[in-house]
Write a protein that binds this ligand. Structure first.
Ligand code: PRP
Length: 185
């Protein structure tokens, strides 16, 4: 095992089985609705998004938004900035927001409010990880949720610490000595 891994929280096999289940459920729900516009929230959701859409068996198109809620450390500031907006309008589209993780819920709340003003036909959310203990926005609805996880800082499968570890195909907890900026370890 890699020296920086304290614990593998969710293995690659378990993630892939869950992504398959989510894709099946979404496919069933949208069968009669028409095309899905899946919106991946960069950067954390890029790997989940790629796996998820390959398991959705109804017509689908993709777009991406880049949002910043953390200022390069582990704490949320509550400030959500749109760094890159969607390329295409979503008016009358069945929008599915794809997120890697929901912590406080501030990012998703803001995002849902912004996208709702653009008059989509429907607006739903699929998030791989849900850290309920950290939730600030109590009434947030996650329509499709992969795993409820404890309040630990997790990386891998798209999630980073200081832009590292996104490339690992499983989700894990870092050893404390690795919570340092690149170049310091
Ligand atoms: C993460 C994640 C969500 C947000 C959730 O993104 O992808 O967008 O934080 O946090 P919240 O529920 O407390 O608002 P992050 O800002 O780490 O950027 P990244 O996706 O580029 O890694």
């Amino acid at each position: 095992m890699e020296p920086f891994i304290e614990q593998v929280l969710i293995s690659e096999e378990i993630i892939q089985a869950k992504v398959k289940d989510l894709g099946k459920k979404i496919s069933e729900d949208y069968l009669d609705k028409g095309e899905i516009r899946a919106i991946g929230i960069l950067r954390g959701a890029f790997i989940f998004m790629a796996d998820l859409v390959r398991n959705i068996k109804v017509p689908l198109s993709v777009d991406f938004m880049s949002i910043s809620s953390y200022e390069d450390d582990c704490e949320t500031t509550g400030v959500v900035r749109i760094l890159k907006d969607l390329d295409k309008p979503i008016t009358n589209r069945h929008v599915l927001i794809v997120e890697d993780i929901v912590d406080t819920g501030l990012t998703l709340k803001h995002l849902k409010e912004v996208l709702a003003t653009r008059n989509p036909a429907s607006l739903k959310v699929c998030a791989l990880l849900n850290k309920k203990e950290k939730r600030v926005v109590k009434d947030l609805v996650i329509d499709y949720c992969g795993f409820d996880i404890p309040d630990r800082f997790v990386v891998g499968y798209g999630l980073d610490f200081a832009e590292r570890y996104r490339n690992y195909p499983f989700i894990f907890i870092l050893k404390p000595e690795y919570y340092q900026k690149p170049g310091q370890v």
